[in-house]
Design a protein around this ligand. Structure first.
Ligand code: PMP
Length: 365
């Protein structure tokens, strides 16, 4: 068991050498579950209908609904796994303080895990990130430190620098570091990727994912390439991010408004050799696509889902009838009630295509 949880699977190594291939997903058979954390994962796969049809796609497009995790995002999976691996390794003990640099969803997941398990939690977050996520983190009892977005990633004032400084200053603290933590991709290898293969009975022709830390893309791709070797992996990347290859695709200096994916550095948790093709999407197309997913497919999703769906509509255009494209839907609309779901926010940035406020009335005016 020590070996299984030792997190020593080197990034870039052959998946068959992973000690976590033997990791066993807990099965809860009770009708009443012991706590909310046991509901993380096992999210549904749902067919998308109107949007793929409008794009003239022949293949089936299936969404993996990660906003149905209890904290509202795919990052609940890694929050639980990183904390429990740290507990098993003895580097997080009762009374410990969890510190992390996050674009919000890992913060929500960690704050929820910490609330249930009784840890103190301090999350370091860029100031471009919506107040909706920050309020959720604070409601779980965690503290939030907001830092400037527009500083270089290795600056002392950025999320990395500030979280490292807090870790040095606070005794009994653990810096989770999802950008380098092997438990991040391993959570997706063992759960998200396996669930996609199982849910599709092994018939997967394409998977479209975004890259923030790259944990999802690395873990899911390794599992898919092992079990469905002919499937194509698509990386969906915001225009101003530097993650895509060839790097000539990346528009250096263009700010990225979409939250959670697209950075100006390459995290260790991202193994880019697993991505077969990168597709770039700008903020306007991404956020309008997210609004279409909400309105036309009924998915209460966030902005990064729009990046992935827009990329999927391009990448899957050449798939044939009977083939299947899986798109991840990483997080919830609840994170964006003060930004892209708001018409004036969209208007101020020149993004608006189809206003929603026309549906809002006052009975007395
Ligand atoms: N979408 C959203 C909204 C996110 O918060 C994240 C995580 N930062 C992702 C996608 C990408 O996940 P990953 O970190 O596994 O690349």
């Amino acid at each position: 068991p020590d070996k299984i949880h030792s997190c020593t699977w080197a990034l870039g190594a052959d998946p068959s050498t992973s000690p976590h291939a033997k990791w066993e997903k807990p099965v809860y058979q009770e009708k009443i579950l012991p706590n909310i954390l046991t509901t993380i994962g096992n999210t549904p796969l749902v067919r998308l209908n109107k949007i793929p049809k409008a794009y003239g796609l022949k293949c089936e497009v299936v969404a993996k609904i990660e906003f149905l995790n209890p904290g509202g995002s795919i990052k609940d999976r890694i929050a639980l796994r990183m904390v429990e691996d740290a507990e098993r390794q003895g580097i997080l003990k009762p009374g410990g303080v969890i510190i992390e640099a996050t674009s919000g969803n890992t913060g929500v997941g960690l704050a929820m895990v910490a609330a249930v398990k009784g840890y103190k939690c301090i999350m370091v977050i860029q100031d471009k990130i919506s107040m909706d996520k920050i309020r959720t983190i604070i409601a779980f009892g965690a503290e939030v430190v907001r830092v400037p977005t527009m500083v270089s990633f290795d600056s002392a004032e950025g999320i990395m620098g500030v979280s490292q400084r807090l870790h040095k200053l606070i005794p009994n603290s653990l810096l989770i570091n999802q950008f380098m933590n092997p438990s991040n991709p391993l959570a997706h290898y063992d759960t998200t990727g396996q669930e996609i293969v199982d849910g599709c009975d092994g018939k997967v022709d394409m998977v479209v994912m975004g890259t923030g830390t790259g944990g999802t893309a690395t873990g899911v791709s390794r599992k898919i390439k092992e079990l469905c070797p002919n499937a194509k992996i698509i990386g969906a990347d915001p225009l101003g991010s530097v993650m895509a290859l060839p790097s000539s695709l990346n528009k250096i200096g263009v700010p990225v408004t979409v939250e959670g994916i697209g950075y100006v550095f390459i995290p260790t948790a991202l193994d880019r050799s697993l991505i077969d093709e990168w597709i770039k999407v700008d903020d306007k197309d991404s956020l309008n696509m997210a609004r279409r997913l909400i309105r036309e497919e009924g998915l209460a999703c966030g902005g990064s889902s729009g990046v992935l769906m827009a990329a999927a509509m391009k990448a899957a255009a050449h798939l044939k009838e009977g083939q299947r494209c899986v798109v991840l839907i990483p997080d919830t609309i609840r994170n964006y009630l003060t930004n892209f779901t708001n018409d004036s926010w969209m208007e101020a940035r020149g993004y608006i295509e189809s206003p929603l406020t026309k549906n809002l009335w006052w009975s007395s005016k």
